[in-house]
Design a protein around this ligand. Structure first.
Ligand code: ATP
Length: 278
């Protein structure tokens, strides 16, 4: 069902499609997943119920929280679980282009999303748009204005569809930031990115779950596996990304210790690094 737009794929920072991520691939974050089911997935899967109730589903969700806590994974999972296409955009990459180019690209992205609806558009590092400057050194107000125009248009198009037969062919915007404080409140007003979802650093139970998911892909010595999962202070201060990196490093260490191609690789030590979250 993927609708590939060649000119869009060539844009720096823009990617169409992703490897499918399911809720079950994401450790912990149960309440975040539930909020996303209600604020994004239902817009696709329960469009008729919204219509019956006479209310509009939300169209824009801002995920905010520290780096490496799974915001990108969550956005991909929303698309997979909604059977929607996925277009992801790195805002810092997008704004590197010539003056006027990023506005054009943004227009093209939303146009392509409509063409490939149902579709999730994911704007990563949204805060970068508010620090962007044009040739005269002015903050890229035009780009911000363009984003608001696209958000408003998205709402209108989706509303029109909700009244028609193709209720589930909506476009939803998900955006992510580590710096919600710099986001212009005009973007967050009702009808735009009006759902804010905090993605927190993982608690102990979440860290155990994340570690288990990553250990399941890598052979670990049973004793080490048991010791880790019983540790009350397991990977304190580590984010999901830190945990993934720790398992990767441990796997590489095991590879180094079993250099011959027929040697079995088994992880027997975890090398701890300084955690991201103090
Ligand atoms: P940033 O704010 O820096 O862009 P992010 O919040 O978008 O980070 P992701 O890119 O989703 O974080 O996560 C990076 C990697 O960390 C993932 O590809 C995954 O391997 C791992 N990871 C993070 N959170 C989780 C989680 N909850 N469950 C499983 N893996 C996770």
């Amino acid at each position: 069902r993927e609708h590939i737009v060649p000119s869009l794929v060539q844009r720096p920072g823009v990617r169409q499609g992703s490897d499918p991520v399911r809720w079950s691939d994401i450790g912990g974050l149960d309440s975040v997943k539930q909020q996303l089911v209600e604020s994004a997935v239902w817009a696709y899967t329960r469009a008729d119920a919204y219509k019956e109730l006479g209310i509009q589903p939300p169209r824009g969700v801002l995920l905010y929280g520290p780096p490496g806590t799974g915001k990108t994974l969550l956005a991909k999972a929303v698309a997979t679980e909604s059977a929607a296409n996925f277009i992801s955009v790195s805002i810092p990459e997008l704004i590197k282009g010539e003056v006027g180019e990023s506005e054009k690209a943004l227009k093209e992205i939303f146009h392509s999303a409509q063409q490939s609806a149902p579709c999730v558009v994911f704007l990563d590092e949204l805060d970068a748009i508010f620090g962007s400057r044009d040739a005269s050194g002015e903050v890229g107000q035009q780009l911000i204005t363009q984003l608001m125009l696209e958000l408003d248009a998205l709402h209108e198009t989706n509303d029109a569809k909700d009244n028609g037969a193709t209720a589930a062919s909506a476009v939803i915007l998900l955006a992510a930031t580590n710096h919600p404080e710099v986001i212009d409140p005009a973007i967050l007003r009702s009808g735009r990115l009006d759902r804010l979802v905090y993605v927190p650093p993982p608690c102990l139970a979440d860290r155990q779950h994340i570690l288990m998911l990553h250990m399941n892909r890598t052979p670990f010595e049973d004793a080490l596996r048991a010791q880790l999962l019983n540790d009350e202070c397991l990977l304190e201060g580590y984010t999901g990304a830190d945990i993934a990196a720790t398992v990767r490093m441990a796997a590489l260490h095991a590879l180094r210790r079993a250099p011959a191609s027929h040697d079995h690789c088994l992880v027997s030590t975890l090398i701890m690094r300084a955690p991201t979250v103090p």
